[in-house]
Write a protein that binds this ligand. Structure first.
Ligand code: HEM
Length: 264
């Protein structure tokens, strides 16, 4: 009954407004913070291919807990992806509440933003657009990672990027995620006043600078990484070896020593 009254009047029988919107805002911030920080880690791990194939292989096997299970267990990666996917969906559901649901609402927001001429308000449009794009782009990537975790590796990933045509999707996803992530973390810091200190205005200026620097850093790193996977994938295809898995140098050396009768 009280839900019914609140539904009609927007207030409870005690004449209080619901606390649910504040709680949903909190969930949106918490999931956004998790995903933003996760993406920094993700980009650093994925970019290990820029160091060497062996290094990327080692990181992949680390996430498969090869220090516990001999050869690694890709199902562990699938479980991590499932968890990230759930956080991603919850975050998207919370974000949907902020999108205009018809043209009139869009017009009001646009007119309001234009009349204010406030840069941070304009950032909201980028958030809404990139967030919407990620509904689709992010879901495709996460589903493939979850169901094909065993193929992650220097050659498996490169084959997916090049031969399985993931590179066009990654270009769009990379742009969307880097803008969305850094703007999101910046807006979180401003919203909750994390680094306000004695002069919040000066802090905001500094935060903006960090935001810009981080966006550039992760975009450059991301595109360099993507180029590396594309090159390896292209060469793998030219060699007619699509689908073949990477054998780490240490393994090749060991096999060589065994075959030639030497003691490693
Ligand atoms: C636990 C979850 C995740 C795992 C295990 C994962 C794993 C990977 C791997 C292995 C690659 C290399 C290419 C490939 O194998 O296809 C990659 C690339 C990429 N991932 Fe993820 N990913 C995850 C979540 C996400 C999320 C949530 C996003 C953004 C919404 C994302 C965005 C990207 C982008 C943009 C690339 C291309 C980056 C580049 O090459 O520079 N990933 N990911």
């Amino acid at each position: 009954m009280s839900d019914l009254i609140e539904g009609y009047l927007g207030k409870t029988v005690e004449r209080k407004k619901s606390r649910v919107p504040a709680k949903l805002d909190y969930i949106q911030s918490a999931t956004g913070l998790f995903l933003g920080l996760f993406m920094w880690g993700h980009m650093l791990f994925v970019s290990s291919i820029l160091v060497s194939k062996d290094f990327m292989y080692t990181i992949t096997k680390f996430f498969e807990a090869s220090f516990i299970f001999d050869g690694g267990e890709p199902i562990i990666v699938s479980a991590i992806v499932l968890f990230v996917f759930i956080v991603f969906i919850v975050h998207a559901a919370m974000g949907m509440r902020k999108l205009p649901s018809n043209f009139k609402q869009y017009q009001v927001i646009k007119a309001h933003a234009d009349s204010m001429g406030h840069e941070d308000t304009k950032l909201w449009f980028i958030q809404a657009f990139t967030g919407f794009a990620m509904f689709f782009l992010g879901s495709v990537h996460l589903y493939i990672m979850m169901t094909n975790a065993d193929t992650i590796g220097p050659y498996g990933s490169a084959d997916r990027v090049w031969s399985a045509w993931m590179w066009p999707l990654y270009i769009l996803l990379l742009l969307a995620v880097e803008f969305h992530g850094t703007i999101g973390l910046y807006r979180l810091a401003v919203k909750w006043g994390w680094f306000d200190g004695s002069d919040p205005k000066a802090t905001r200026k500094k935060l903006k600078m960090y935001k810009k620097a981080l966006t550039w850093f992760f975009l450059i790193l991301g595109f360099a990484t993507l180029a590396a996977y594309m090159k390896i994938g292209y060469e793998h295809k030219q060699a007619g070896k699509v689908g073949e898995r990477y054998t780490p140098t240490a393994q090749i050396m060991m096999d060589y020593n065994i075959n030639s009768g030497r003691v490693a």
